[in-house]
Design a protein around this ligand. Structure first.
Ligand code: GLO
Ligand code: MG
Ligand code: MG
Length: 412
C-alpha cells in the first residue's frame, strides 16, 4: 500500500469505521443511562513521563459531539470547566450559565458533578490534610460543587479523593485523616440539604470512588469495601446520602473480581453510580474503553447488574488512547465504547433468558436429593455429576459472547 497522505487519513478511518458496521443509532444510544465525562473526551493524552498528544477540547464541543453520538448525559469536575481561581466568583456563574445553555441547546442533561481534590498544589497533603485551612478549603470546594450541581440539575456528586494517601508511614495519623475526610463530606451533605430545600429539588446522591493505588503510595480508602466500612463508621452525619461509585478497573487493579465487589455494594444498597472501563490487574490505571480487555468478565458484570435491576448511570470514565487523534476521539473512541456497552448489555439479557443456563442453575440449586445432614460423603456423591454444570455454564456464556447461541458455527 502506498503511504496515506495526512489529508486522506480521516476519510480512511471513517470508511473503515463504516465497514465495521454494527453501530447503533443515536436514538437507541440515548435510551441507556450512559454518561460522558468532560474530562474523558477532553483528555489530551498526557501522563507522568508522557506529553500530550491531542489538543484541548472545550465543553461546548464535548457537549455538541456527545449529542451527535447519542450520549445523553454529561458530567464534569469543577476545574475541568472553571479555573481554580474563578471558583465561587462571578466567573463561575458566567461559565455555569454557558454550560446550562450548551446542554439545553443540544438536549443533554448534567448527570453528575465532582470536585477535583487531587491536581492542584493545595492538595499536596490531601484534602484531609493536617492544616485546618486546607480542610476548610476542601469543605468549601465540595460544597461549591454541590452548588454547581444544583444549578445544572445534576442528580449525583462523586468523590474520588485522589491523593488521600501518603508516601511515608508515621507522618500522618490515619484515624484523624479519616475523621477530617468525613468532615468535608458532611459539609457537602449539609450544603446539599439546605440548597435542595430552598430549590425544591431532591438532594444529590453522594458517591465515593475508591482506587487502590496510584498516584500515591499508601492509601486510606483503597477499595469499595473500605468505603462501605467508612460510610458505616459513624463518622458521617448523613450516611443515608452517601453511597458508592465503583470503577471497574479500580477493583480489578487490586486483584479483586469486579463482579464480586459490585455484588457486595448491591447487598449494602450502595451501588448508585458505576464508572465503566477496562484494563489489567496489578498495573496502572490505564482506563481502556469498556470491553477491550475483558469482554467475558464484562458480560458477567452486566448479567449481575441486569439481574439485580441496577438503574444508575454507566459513566464512560476511560481515556481514549494517546494514539487516537482529536478526530478519532469522537469518530471512533466514544461511539465504539458506547456500542460495545450496549451490545454487552443486550447480551447480558440473552444470558439471563438463556434456557440452558437457566436449567443448569436451577438444577444446581435443586441438588441431588436429600441425604442425612451429617453425611459429607453422601452430600458429595449426591452432587457429583451436577457440579460439572459450572463449567458448562461458563462455556455457554462464552458461546453467547461469540454469538454461537444464535447459530454462528465454526465446525465446518
Ligand atoms: C481516576 C478516577 C477519576 C474519577 C473522577 C470522578 O482514577 O477514576 O476519573 O472517576 O475524578 O470523581
Ligand atoms: Mg473513575
Ligand atoms: Mg481509572
Amino acid at each position: 500500500m502506498p503511504p496515506i497522505p495526512p489529508d486522506q487519513q480521516q476519510s480512511l478511518v471513517a470508511r473503515l469505521m463504516q465497514a465495521c458496521g454494527g453501530s447503533y443509532s443515536p436514538q437507541t444510544r440515548r435510551k441507556y443511562f450512559i454518561t460522558g465525562p468532560q474530562w474523558a473526551a477532553a483528555y489530551e493524552g498526557q501522563a507522568l513521563f508522557h506529553a500530550p498528544t491531542r489538543k484541548p477540547v472545550p465543553f461546548e464541543e464535548v457537549i455538541r459531539q456527545y449529542a451527535e453520538i447519542g450520549i445523553a448525559h454529561w458530567c464534569t469536575h469543577d476545574t475541568d470547566v472553571i479555573p481554580t481561581e474563578a471558583l465561587g466568583k462571578d466567573g463561575q456563574q458566567e461559565i455555569v450559565a454557558r454550560i446550562a445553555a450548551s446542554l439545553r441547546q443540544h438536549g443533554l442533561a448534567c448527570s453528575m458533578v465532582t470536585t477535583e481534590t487531587f491536581h492542584h498544589a493545595v492538595w499536596a497533603a490531601s484534602p484531609a490534610a493536617e492544616a485546618p485551612e486546607v480542610r476548610s478549603y476542601a469543605a468549601w470546594r465540595v460544597s461549591n460543587t454541590v452548588r454547581i450541581g444544583h444549578a445544572l440539575g445534576a442528580k449525583f456528586a462523586v468523590y474520588w479523593p485522589g491523593s488521600l494517601g501518603y508516601y511515608v508511614q508515621g507522618a500522618v495519623v490515619e484515624t484523624d485523616t479519616l475523621r477530617w475526610y468525613a468532615d468535608s463530606l458532611n459539609a457537602a451533605c449539609e450544603t446539599d440539604i439546605a440548597l435542595a430545600a430552598s430549590a425544591g429539588r431532591p438532594t444529590l446522591r453522594h458517591c465515593l470512588e475508591a482506587k487502590p493505588f496510584e498516584p500515591q503510595a499508601e492509601i486510606l480508602l483503597p477499595t469499595s469495601d473500605a468505603m462501605l466500612a467508612f460510610i458505616a463508621s459513624g463518622l458521617l452525619t448523613h450516611p443515608e446520602m452517601v453511597g458508592l461509585n465503583p470503577e471497574y478497573l479500580h477493583e480489578l487493579m487490586w486483584g479483586a473480581a469486579p463482579r464480586a465487589a459490585l455484588a457486595r455494594a448491591l447487598l449494602a444498597g450502595k451501588l448508585w453510580h458505576f464508572d465503566i472501563n477496562d484494563g489489567y490487574r496489578l498495573k496502572h490505571d490505564v482506563d481502556i474503553a469498556v470491553g477491550l480487555v475483558n469482554p467475558l468478565d464484562w458480560l458477567n458484570v452486566l448479567v449481575l447488574l441486569r439481574s439485580h435491576n441496577y438503574t444508575g448511570p454507566f459513566n464512560l470514565d476511560y481515556k481514549p488512547p494517546r494514539t487516537t487523534s482529536n478526530y478519532g476521539v469522537f469518530a471512533v473512541s466514544f461511539p465504539t465504547a458506547v456500542d460495545r456497552f450496549i451490545t454487552l448489555w443486550e447480551m447480558a439479557g440473552e444470558a439471563i433468558a438463556d434456557p440452558i443456563i437457566s436449567e443448569a442453575v436451577a438444577a444446581l440449586r435443586s441438588g441431588g436429593g436429600p441425604v442425612p445432614p451429617a453425611d459429607a460423603e453422601a452430600a458429595t456423591a449426591a452432587n457429583r455429576e451436577l457440579l460439572t454444570l459450572h463449567e458448562l455454564i461458563a462455556h455457554r456464556l462464552f458461546q453467547i459472547l461469540v454469538g454461537q447461541h444464535r447459530g454462528r458455527v465454526y465446525s465446518l
